[in-house]
Every structure is written in C-alpha cells, then in structure tokens.
Design a binder for this molecule. Structure first.
Ligand code: OFO
Length: 153
C-alpha cells in the first residue's frame, strides 16, 4: 500500500509528465510551422515518451492499491525566440523533472518504501538520458550556429 504522501507526490508526477508531453508537443508544433520537420519529429517522439512515463506512474499507483487522481495540465509556451531557445527550454525542463524524481526518491527512502525506490530507480537512469539527449542538441546548435544551412544539416 502506498502512503498518502507518496500517492500525492506520484499523482503530482503524473501531472508533471503529462505537462512535459504537452511542452514537447508545443515545441513540435513550433518546428513544424518553421518547416523543420526533423526537429518536429524528435519533439513528437519525446512527447510520446512522456505519456509513457506518466503511464508508468499510473500503473504503479494502481498496482499498489492507490488512487490515481488526474488534475488539469498547465498551459505551455507556444513560441520560442529560436530553435536553440526551444531546445534550451527542453533541457531546462528536464533538469527540473530530474529534481522532482530525486525528491520522490528521497521520500521513498525516508518512508522505507523499497518498492517505490526500486520503481523510481528506472526514472533516475532515464533522466540522465533525457537531459543528455536535449543537451546534445543544444551543444550542436551552439556549435553549428542557427543559419538556415546549419539548421537544415
Ligand atoms: Fe519524463 O522525462 Fe522528460 O520530462
């Protein structure tokens, strides 16, 4: 059985993961509008992954006989100053999500909820990859610049 506190924190995480999906979808729409469909596809793929993350929490809560409670997903930006700014936004967002996962892990350890800690271990590893993949593109955009040719390349 999940503690009330852990259930509340995990429900908050479901909301954050769905919010992440919404951010990535909004960035995808921004790239599609700029005819940068490769970047758009990358963002759409990320959005799908985020829904998958939310569902992992959904299933874990249900399996532990908890109650999933879905709240409104917050509004997201629709414009960015440049492709670099959009990827920087994604990278910063992932850093924030990593902090939330770490807080959940701290709670699991405090409560001696080893099942939750084991479940959260996957997310700790996943966040390393999530941050690295967004940051890799930020670094490439900084290196190549944002001329039309560089972006198309
Ligand atoms: Fe769910 O990892 Fe990104 O936000």
């Amino acid at each position: 059985m999940l503690s009330e506190k852990m259930q509340g924190a995990m429900n908050k995480q479901i909301n954050a993961e769905l919010h992440s999906a919404y951010i990535y979808l909004s960035i995808a729409a921004y790239f599609e509008d700029k005819n940068l469909s490769g970047f758009g596809a990358w963002m759409r793929h990320q959005a799908e992954e985020e829904v998958g993350h939310a569902m992992r929490f959904f299933e874990f809560i249900a399996e532990r006989r908890g109650r999933v409670l879905l709240e409104a997903v917050g509004a997201v930006p629709t414009e960015w100053a440049s492709p670099l700014a959009a990827f920087e936004n994604a990278f910063q967002h992932e850093q924030k999500i990593s902090g939330m996962i770490n807080d959940l892990m701290t709670l699991a350890q405090k409560e001696k909820d080893y099942a939750a800690a084991s479940f959260l271990g996957w997310f700790v590893d996943e966040q390393v990859e999530e941050e690295a993949s967004a940051d890799a593109i930020v670094q490439k955009l900084k290196l190549g610049g944002e001329s039309g040719a560089a972006l198309l390349f």
